[in-house]
Design a binder for this molecule. Structure first.
Ligand code: PGA
Length: 255
């Protein structure tokens, strides 16, 4: 059994003050390993709150991650943030290719591939790579193909060293922030498909030891128990329901 990880994605929903207040509540709720029930907890606040949030989390069991990274290590890239900067700020995780960035900033899987390579080649940060189909793709019955293609584009030609860990977040776009939750059995099937696509690329040993496949999309404290029975789900990526410490706490307890 892999250690489950529950990741909070605060997106751009909180200002700095609100982020730090919520960070304090998280640090209290997850004061030590015992409070997490053996699960790993990571929070991805806005970049501007990263360092202060990291200090707040330091005495607790909460780890910190970023919502994005640029694919070059350094240079004239106005407004971007490098993997070295994230590491300096204490990040242990970074989200790559979130569907909101694909939608609003036209990011694609070629960019996700470059970002993934930079993170693996130049840091000890664990990448959280997002994949997921749109409603149209789901309804066109091409869903499996779309996901396999996203994985091949992102991971093709990438080397994973034996000490490196990778997280894949399966997040159907139609389920993100919509309150529309996937049927647990469907999520289970998709995780199997993702697992098989990854095994094709890296072999079963690497996937079983170094990869975790988590689910995201409208998970909350009421529906989390539906996911707790599923063998193929190694954790959750939670947006909306992570904005209240008590709700997130219930999710962690419930999975
Ligand atoms: P949601 O967001 O839980 O609000 O659907 C999930 C995500 O975007 O990672």
């Amino acid at each position: 059994m892999k250690q489950k990880i529950i990741i909070a994605n605060w997106k751009m929903k909180l200002n700095i003050k609100e982020s730090l207040e919520l960070a304090r509540e998280y640090a209290q709720k997850f004061a030590d390993e015992a409070a997490t029930g053996g699960k790993e907890i990571a929070v991805c606040p806005a970049n501007i709150a990263l360092r202060e949030a990291k200090d707040i989390f330091a005495p607790s069991a909460v780890k910190i991650g970023a919502q994005n990274v640029f694919w070059e290590e350094q240079g004239a890239f106005t407004g971007e943030i490098s993997v070295t900067m994230l590491e300096e700020a204490g990040c242990q995780y970074v989200i790559i290719g979130h569907s909101e960035r694909r939608q609003y900033l036209l990011e694609n899987y070629e960019m996700a591939h470059l970002k993934l390579k930079t993170v693996l080649d130049h840091s000890n940060i664990i990448p959280i790579v997002c994949v997921g189909e749109s409603l149209k793709e789901k309804e066109s019955d091409r869903r499996d193909y779309v996901i396999i293609d996203q994985i091949q584009q992102t991971f093709g030609g990438v080397q994973i060293l034996s000490q490196q860990q990778v997280i894949i977040a399966y997040e159907p776009i139609w389920a993100i922030g919509t309150g529309q939750v996937i049927k647990p059995a469907d999520a289970d099937t998709m995780h199997e498909i993702i697992h098989a696509a990854l095994v094709d690329l890296f072999g079963i040993d690497v996937i079983n030891k170094q990869f975790r496949i988590i689910y995201g999309g409208s998970v909350d404290s009421a529906n989390v128990s539906d996911f707790s029975q599923l063998d193929n789900i190694d954790g959750l990526l939670v947006g909306g329901a992570s904005l209240k410490a008590e709700d997130f706490y219930k999710i962690v307890k419930g999975i």
